[in-house]
Design a protein around this ligand. Structure first.
Ligand code: ADP
Ligand code: MG
Length: 247
């Protein structure tokens, strides 16, 4: 799995507040194309906020975030451009319950991206095959297992042809026997060279797939390293304490 020297995301001296609450502090992060980054840290440390800032679901107040060369600021044109290149998968799958699996996958390409319907359907079937559920295309989300729904959410994201994928605890809401099928899908994406940022506590996944693990606490990046070094030789006390609790 190759990492290029081309920058995909550049975050510089970024700060964010929710009202008076200083949620992200002095974040500096460069993500190179092809990187697979796992972000971990205690609940409330700002992991979700950080990745939501990257596709502008949240706004930062200081510093800069540049995604694929587009700076995220109040210029709405940039935001649309960035959203189209950054896919996001959430803990709760957020599928439209009243639409079929196929319709969930074609809706945004047709209506947002103006892809012709036939092409959108072909594309959706291609990605549903990739996540190994083409046979579920005409069912509704409620008829699928949690693991299947999450794989649909991944396929739906891929239908927008993103260059970067963000995952926010994609397996946290799943029963244990369904976690593997979702992780396998993510591993496949990684092997194809997708640039990925994954908030997850699946440390097996981090060790197998990540080229870098980032530990956050209290809105800051406390420590980052390649997985082997991160797990075997954590530097800060906060990281050691966190790892002792989850491994
Ligand atoms: P994590 O994903 O690491 O659990 P979050 O980014 O969700 O952390 O939240 C970080 C902190 O910001 C928490 O203290 C949370 O309560 C707070 N927070 C999250 N979203 C909001 C919001 N929309 N408004 C105010 N506070 C928020
Ligand atoms: Mg979170």
């Amino acid at each position: 799995m190759e990492v290029s020297d081309e920058v995909a995301i550049q975050i510089t001296d970024m700060n964010k507040w929710y009202g008076t609450f200083h949620v992200l502090r002095d974040i500096d992060l460069t993500v190179y194309r092809g990187e697979r980054i796992v972000i971990c840290g205690p609940s409330g440390s700002g992991k979700s906020t950080l990745i939501r800032c990257i596709n502008r679901l949240e706004e930062h107040q200081q510093g800069s975030i540049v995604v694929d060369g587009n700076e995220l600021n109040s210029d709405l044109k940039n935001v649309d451009k960035v959203r189209s290149e950054v896919g996001m998968v959430f803990q709760h799958f957020n599928l439209f319950p009243h639409l079929t699996i196929l319709e969930n996958c074609t809706l945004a390409p047709i209506w947002v991206r103006k892809v012709p319907r036939k092409e959108a359907v072909d594309r959706a079937m291609h990605f549903l095959e990739k996540v190994k559920i083409p046979d579920q295309a005409n069912k509704y989300p409620g008829q699928l297992s949690g693991g299947q729904q999450q794989r649909v959410a991944i396929a739906r994201s891929l239908c927008m042809m993103p260059r970067i994928m963000l995952f926010d605890e994609p397996t946290s809401a799943l029963d244990p026997e369904m976690i593997k099928e979702v992780l396998d899908t993510m591993i496949e994406l990684a092997e194809e060279g997708m640039t990925m940022l994954c908030v997850t506590h699946e440390m097996g996944f981090a060790q197998a797939v990540a080229n870098r693990v980032i530990f956050m606490a209290d809105g800051q990046i406390v420590e980052q390293n390649e997985p082997k070094e991160f797990f075997n030789n954590p530097k800060s006390e906060r990281t050691q304490q966190f790892l002792s609790q989850i491994i």
